[in-house]
Design a protein around this ligand. Structure first.
Ligand SMILES: Cc1cc2nc3c(=O)[nH]c(=O)nc-3n(C[C@H](O)[C@H](O)[C@H](O)COP(=O)(O)O)c2cc1C
Length: 189
């Protein structure tokens, strides 16, 4: 199979990582892959904040977890099965937001093109990670940190900045099974 399609099909959201750090050259290759993404008007409206420091991760978790828990309650009636799965993670994992991943990459964008362009950089990074034998996961809950002044300082968030991802990266403890995927809905003309 073509190696790009192979990586697309092999990518899974990984929620359990080895503690082993990712070498800097591997991380740089992943970030370069993000930076190569298409962007509206070639605006490249992103920057990358790579978090590996344990104390910084503690601050992130403290900021994100209460918000994640609050949002989870809203899922209760809409998707009870997912709600139970998420609640189980809160009960069992020391870090149910960033899954103790060795590296968390915040893709930070601003301006009118960020909403469409920054997710392109995120997906490029996740596919590059897969192709390099790493696991990844976009954790929307992990983006709910912008209200915490210490985290705003860490990420150097300015007015109008938005967080995309963040993208977890690390060596996977196991390869997760493929979740059910709907068949593509297509109209051929
Ligand atoms: C915008 C976005 C936000 C997500 N947020 C979370 C999250 O907060 N926590 C999490 O465990 N997974 C999160 N995911 C991963 C999805 O749950 C996952 O992509 C989906 O279940 C399909 O599984 P797959 O990625 O292995 O194909 C997120 C994915 C996307 C695209």
């Amino acid at each position: 199979m073509n190696h790009v399609i192979k990586a697309i099909k092999a990518r899974r959201s990984v929620r359990a990582y080895e503690t082993k750090a990712i070498p800097r050259d591997v991380l740089s290759a992943i970030i370069e892959a993000g930076n190569e993404a298409p962007s509206a008007m070639n605006s490249q409206p992103w920057r990358f904040v790579v978090v590996e420091d344990k104390e910084a991760k503690k601050k992130l978790l403290a900021a994100a977890l209460p918000k994640a828990k609050m949002i989870t309650e809203k899922v209760k009636d809409v998707d009870p099965e997912r709600y139970e799965a998420i609640k189980k993670r809160y009960a069992e994992l020391p870090d149910p937001v960033y899954y103790s991943a060795p590296t968390v990459v915040f893709v930070i964008g601003s301006g009118m093109y960020a909403d469409h362009s920054c997710p392109m950089a995120c997906e490029n990074m996740m596919l590059a990670a897969t192709s390099l034998g790493l696991g990844s996961c976009w954790v929307g809950f992990g983006a709910m940190v912008a209200d915490a002044p210490d985290v705003r300082g860490l990420l150097e968030l300015k007015e109008g900045d938005a967080i995309f991802g963040p993208i977890l990266l690390g060596y996977p403890k196991a390869h997760p099974p493929r979740p059910p995927k709907k068949d593509p809905k297509v109209k051929w003309i």
